[in-house]
Design a protein around this ligand. Structure first.
Ligand code: GLN
Length: 485
């Protein structure tokens, strides 16, 4: 019987188990098929992952040097290109499309000996917070199947939470890794904008998108980031600086931190009462345990969501204009159509309701006459947020925020009210607007039985201290909550 705790433990197990990778892959394939009802996978690379496991087992037995992710079983959101494999972005418009190259993140995982087991379901083009916008059906939350897993990387969160793989990749434009991680009770990391190459990641809002990681532990998430992050000549927005060795983060001693929290966020009327009281208690306990914890007046809190939705829909309306049925994907079979109608039909047929809504909204905010009132204003808000954030981090090591105003929604609860769905992104979009790294840490359990946690953030490219601080927070807070741990 195979069981997984951490990559480190798995590697110890592999050292004494000649066919260990094959055993792991067989275990996950069986679990995936046992949990088919969750709909977390759009495709499972069964034969291929078994063959790769066998090759890796042989490599190990031959005493060859092993990659840092040797035999690690990874699932990927179906929005990240993997050469020779189908990719749909959970949209009908990409029906039949096969990637002709691999994303840098995928190449790097493979170079470190990882095994990619399949493609995860998600919201169409990563637009959504519940995974209900997929053209291939909703994904169920494994903790309570009446609830959503969150989105847009819902399938990737469920794949880790339900034990269908060891770690997974998602993408986070406004919270799509952190929020589903929170709804499913796993760690969800969004690196700094520019830390992980976006080459091969289907663009939604290019100045916001980052590939992120779902894992059972911070240490595992950091190992994945170590492998996939760093400069890439194929993406001009990646930072040139090499990454530090993240392993250091887990060996350092307790350090007193300067932690800030947004008062308005912790007291926001949309925040669930129980989450509010647990998080406020946590703030008190953190200062009791020796940290310097400061409330921060952050008067921009209610501008964050509108700025995010103006800017991302504007970018999306431009990014998604390439899907017209001419070169790939769905295509209407009517030879008599003019070019304009041909595009119109393909796009009407191929895109789902939410994607259409966002393309319309984005086109509107970019249109002559409205551009300055919406797009320029939102850019100004973004600039203000960045300046303010840089200033705050001069006096702080860390900012903590809730992840979501509530635990996982019930299926269908928000589908008829897109505005209320958008407003629930209040705590996550801030990190994408400012480009800072953020991680959601699964710490608590709500009286309704669902998990929830807290989000930790540091300034740009400070993932090392982010891991270090978060590790401390997890340890300390867990021991505060459960003194026996
Ligand atoms: N819920 C947000 C949205 O719908 C986040 C999406 C994302 O991060 N990809 O835009």
């Amino acid at each position: 019987m195979f069981s997984f705790t951490t990559i480190k433990d798995y590697h110890q197990f592999l050292a004494d188990t000649p066919a260990g990778c094959s055993l792991a892959v067989r275990h996950y394939l069986a679990e995936i098929s046992r949990h088919k009802d969750l709909n977390a996978f759009l495709e499972v690379f069964e034969d291929e992952s078994l063959a790769r496991a066998k090759t890796l087992d042989e490599k190990r037995q031959a005493g060859k040097p092993l990659g840092s992710l040797h035999g690690v079983v990874v699932a990927i959101k179906d929005i990240i290109a993997y050469k020779g494999h189908r990719m749909t972005a959970a949209s009908r418009i990409l029906e039949g499309y096969t990637s002709i190259f691999s994303a840098t993140a995928i190449d790097r995982l493979l170079a470190e000996d990882a095994i990619i087991i399949g493609r995860n379901n998600c919201d169409e083009f990563a637009m959504g917070s519940t995974n209900e916008n997929s053209a291939f059906g909703k994904v169920l939350n494994p903790i309570d199947k009446e609830r959503v897993p969150g989105g847009s990387s819902g399938g990737s969160a469920v794949a880790v939470a339900a034990g269908l793989c060891m770690v997974s990749l998602g993408s986070d434009t406004g919270g799509s890794v952190r929020q589903p991680a929170d709804f499913c009770g796993v760690v969800g990391l969004k690196p700094t904008y520019g830390r992980v190459s976006r080459y091969g990641l289907i663009a939604y809002g290019s100045s916001f998108d980052q590939i992120g990681v779902f894992a059972h532990s911070l240490a595992d998430a950091s190992l994945i980031l170590q492998a996939i992050g760093g400069p890439d000549p194929l993406d001009g927005t990646t930072a040139r600086a090499a990454q530090p060795d993240y392993r250091q983060a887990f060996t350092r001693q307790f350090q007193k931190l300067r932690i800030g929290y947004f008062k308005d966020a912790f007291e926001h009327p949309s925040l669930d009462r129980e989450i509010k009281s647990r998080l406020n208690n946590m703030v008190t306990s953190l200062s009791e345990s020796g940290h310097e914890v400061k409330p921060i007046d952050f008067e921009y809190i209610d501008y964050i969501v509108p700025a995010y939705y103006i800017l991302t829909t504007a970018e999306a309306s431009s990014n998604l204009s390439r899907y017209d049925g001419t070169r790939y994907g769905i295509r209407v079979q009517d030879r008599d159509l003019g070019l304009r109608d041909f595009y119109k039909k393909n796009r009407s047929m191929g895109f789902g309701k939410e994607v259409k809504r966002r393309i319309l909204l984005g086109t509107f905010v970019l249109s002559a006459g409205y551009y300055d009132a919406y797009f320029t204003k939102a850019q100004q808000v973004r600039k203000l947020l960045i300046e303010r954030t840089d200033l705050m981090f001069k006096q702080l090591d860390l900012i903590i925020l809730p992840v979501s105003p509530s635990t996982a929604f019930r299926i269908g609860e928000k589908t008829e009210d897109p505005i209320s769905m958008y407003l629930a992104d209040i705590y996550t979009v801030y990190a994408n607007l400012t480009g800072i790294p953020a991680v959601s840490l699964p710490l608590f359990s709500h009286s309704n039985g669902m998990p929830f946690g807290i989000q930790a953030m540091t300034s740009r490219f400070k993932e090392l201290p982010l891991f270090q601080f978060s590790h401390q927070l997890m340890q300390q807070y867990k021991s505060y909550e459960n003194p026996t741990l």
